[in-house]
Design a protein around this ligand. Structure first.
Ligand SMILES: [Fe+2]
Length: 155
């Protein structure tokens, strides 16, 4: 059986694996929550928020692929299964049914605040073990922080 080994080993590899898997779950669930809100949104500010939520979904999807493929490149198996995401996500799930625009903005702002903090922790954790992974996480954090600002500005 083919094995992808990559440049890392030992503790460094474990740290990087944890950071990448955590980031992957955050990004997958962020894309799901953003779509859920995109569909169930109601209220006078429907249009801009509806569109902004799709921007967030696209951004999460694009970064999740970069993150998962970095994992593979360093010999770590990304786990994007729905059962794994459901078990390990730190994102609070939205309620079912309609969600009013103000509530959506507050909820997404909160979620992005949490994702941002965790991404920054991962940036710090990967500094020594793998600056290449760190660089990718910095790019993710940059986009998450920007989205956080743009949702927060509407609250
Ligand atoms: Fe849509």
């Amino acid at each position: 059986m083919a094995m992808i080994t990559g440049p890392l080993s030992g503790d460094a590899k474990d740290t990087v694996a944890q950071a990448l898997q955590g980031a992957l779950v955050d990004l997958i669930d962020l894309s799901l929550v953003a779509k859920q809100a995109h569909w169930n949104l109601i209220g006078p500010h429907f249009r801009p928020i509806h569109l902004q939520l799709d921007e967030l979904t696209e951004l999460a999807r694009s970064h999740m692929d970069t993150i998962a493929e970095r994992a593979v490149a360093v010999g770590i198996n990304p786990d994007g299964r729905s059962t794994t995401v459901a078990k390990s996500t730190k994102l609070q799930q939205p309620e079912s049914g309609w969600i009013e625009d103000g509530k959506v903005v507050a909820t997404i702002t909160d979620l992005l605040d949490g994702v941002s903090k965790r991404m920054h922790e991962r940036v710090r954790a990967t500094d020594e073990p793998d600056p290449v992974t760190q660089d990718l996480l910095i790019a993710v954090a940059q986009d998450i922080d920007k989205q956080h600002w743009m949702f927060q500005a509407q609250a």
